[in-house]
Design a protein around this ligand. Sequence first.
Ligand code: AMP
Length: 218
Amino acid sequence: MAKIIVLMGAPGAGKGTQARLLQERQGLPQISTGDIFRAMKDAQTPLAEEVRAIMNSGKLVPDEVTIRVVEERTSRDDCKHGYILDGFPRTTVQAAMLENLAVEQGKKILSIVVDVPFEVLEKRMTGRRSCPICGEIYNIYFKPPKNDNVCDLHPDAQLIHRSDDTVEKAKVRLETYAQQTRPLLDYYQKTNRLHRVDGTREPEAIYPDVERVVKSDE
Ligand code: AMP
């Protein structure tokens, strides 16, 4: 049965990096609701305006909007043989919706949490920078680029500091996660679908653990 791989973890835990590696190496599409909303917020529509304001505050986009986006994206052809969800579900309502979607699509849900202590997360978030061309992720504390603020592979491109990666916003996002999303770990645990990987290591050291879970009971 095709799988829906739910990558979970606090903001800054590195779930996006693992999702990208899985996409590259397993050929499954990575669906990041955060990326979809970031692309959407530049449009000149009332919805885009609303999404922009919510994202800038570090809070969550309403469930109805998020659910619609996920339904639309996962109904496309490339998702037929399974897909990776990065940043969804984040609330119990979204988790319930995903159960229905999985039944409709004939897929099974498998959840992986990238575990990182809260103290490490704050530095990871506020230090994060990314290349606007290739999406490569750097960190000014843990993985600085060779030259200040430019991508190693695209020296003409200034790295981007996400507007919600500032210290105050990082705090709100971590609190939002603790209140609304962390309870979902219990939910997947109780239904025997939760797999934990130690996220304090380098991405390449974490990846084999993630891949092992994805390939288990195939
Ligand atoms: P991320 O890149 O996953 O950290 O997401 C960035 C922002 O997009 C979040 O702080 C939320 O405002 C919004 N967002 C992303 N995914 C969701 C979701 N599943 N539900 C609600 N809001 C979301």
